[in-house]
Design a protein around this ligand. Structure first.
Ligand code: FAS
Ligand code: PHB
Length: 394
């Protein structure tokens, strides 16, 4: 073993979950180390979420990472649903006593977190290969990893698995301990990022016979668009021109008519799944974010569910170290899962309502339209959507 290290908390994963927790703990004097298997540039090369619940935005401010978000992000008080050519605005602020969402890209948020860690001299180890968890069910857990020919060991008191869906932490929990729930959707989202003026000041979620589309943005000069595509499609099947033409077919005419097109600077297809692993704790190993749960992005809950886990874990670890109170740690999994499942429900509901399911029975497809008709005709239904979209209380 080349080097032995020590820290109170060992965090696997240098994505938004791991970095946010690392920053919050460091501000409270709770020392921690983040192990990330890729380079920083690789992590910052990912284009993912774009909508932050107001509770998440507050957590970024508490982490002293909210300045650029507040300066460059956009507060949105509503969004549109296009029901086969007719736009309906969902008044988020009106239905939630003034709450809104922050439109600010995950890439920039992750950059802000990295820069905050740099300012505090945070210990983040990149290109940590073959991270392994030892003694998670003991009082003295440890992490080992490799960098080149050198091997390293970190003795810690708690391990946080913030290493995403394909990480090592969930897989380190014995099969007999874990229960996994999963639903895979029969389509993907083809996403395009373009340096074009957004087609709408607020997001547009579209349900059309040709399939779902979403018009989003990162700034007034950077647009993010998605269309539902079959799982058999690949990015090569969608040259820019084909993408823009199909997106226009899935928008109301007056919106399509003002769509500014341009070269894609990022184009990818993401499969859609709903997934939850229970419990989110095993001994001194705590799972957070995509390591424990995944949602289809329709409800913009993925990154936000990660943030709520971090909220609970942060307070639980502070209570342990600063108050000697372990109730937060003991109840973490149940409390986190209670909110995770509400985000699962909302994401599933939005996905089932707005996408095309050509293989579903006629009755189910008719019921989809009724679900949307009811939503668009009911203040109560829109209030329910709004309270979920801006973020349920932690
Ligand atoms: P992440 O996956 O972001 O980070 C985990 C980190 O752990 C990664 O940096 C990884 O390199 C590292 N890691 C993995 N295994 C490791 C190991 N063995 N050792 C060390 N490090 C390891 N959410 C939305 O709300 N809206 C969206 O539009 C949206 N689009 C998405 C598109 C894609 C293609 C994907 C994959 C996800 C999308 N999401 C979206 C969800 C996404 O935003 C996640 O919720 C968010 O990244 C969760 O953050 P983390 O939990 O930190 O996991
Ligand atoms: C995005 O901007 O990437 C985005 C916004 C809302 C969603 C999903 C993705 O529901």
């Amino acid at each position: 073993m080349s080097e032995m290290m020590k820290a109170k908390v060992g965090i696997i994963g240098g994505g938004p979950s791991g970095l946010l927790l690392s920053q919050l703990l460091d501000l409270k004097g709770i020392d921690n180390v983040v192990l990330e298997k890729h380079t920083r540039n690789h992590v910052l090369g990912r284009i993912r979420a774009g909508v932050l619940e107001h509770g998440f935005a507050d957590l970024m401010r508490e982490a002293q990472c909210g300045a650029r978000m507040d300066a460059e992000g956009e507060l949105h008080t509503g969004f549109f649903i296009n029901d086969n050519g007719t736009l309906h605005r969902i008044d988020l602020a009106g239905h939630t006593g003034g709450n809104s969402v922050m439109v600010y890209g995950q890439t920039e948020l992750t950059r802000d977190l990295y820069e905050a860690r740099d300012r505090m001299g945070g210990r983040i180890i990149h290109e940590a290969q073959d991270v392994a968890i030892h003694g998670a069910d003991s009082d003295a857990p440890a992490l080992t990893w490799r960098k080149g020919d050198e091997t390293f060991r970190l003795a810690c008191e708690f391990v946080i698995g913030a290493d995403g869906f394909h990480g090592v932490s969930r897989k380190s929990i014995p099969r007999e301990v874990l229960t996994e729930y999963e639903k895979v959707y029969p389509f993907g989202w083809l996403g395009v990022l373009s340096r074009t003026r957004p087609v709408s000041p607020e997001l547009i979620y579209s349900r059309t016979p040709r399939g779902f589309s979403l018009c989003s943005l990162r700034s007034q000069v950077l647009s993010r668009y998605y269309i539902q595509v079959p799982l058999s499609d690949s990015v090569e099947d969608w040259p820019d021109e084909a993408f823009w033409e199909e997106l226009k077919r899935r928008l109301p005419d007056e919106v399509a008519g003002r769509l500014e097109t341009g070269p894609s600077i990022e184009k990818s297809i993401a499969p859609l799944r709903s997934f939850v692993a229970e419990p989110m704790r095993w001994g001194r190993l705590f799972l957070a974010g995509d390591a424990a749960h995944i949602v289809p992005p329709t409800g913009a809950r993925g990154l936000n569910s990660a943030a709520s886990d971090i909220h609970y874990l942060y307070h639980a670890l502070c209570d342990h170290y600063l108050e000697g109170d372990d109730r937060g740690l003991e109840t973490y999994s149940d409390r986190a899962l209670a909110r995770v499942w509400k985000a699962q429900r909302f994401s599933w509901w939005m996905t089932m309502m707005l996408h095309e399911f050509p293989d579903h029975p006629a009755y189910d497809r008719r019921l989809q339209q009724v679900e949307l008709d009811y939503l668009l005709s009911s203040d109560a239904a829109q209030a329910s959507l709004a309270e979920n979209y801006v973020g349920l209380p932690f």
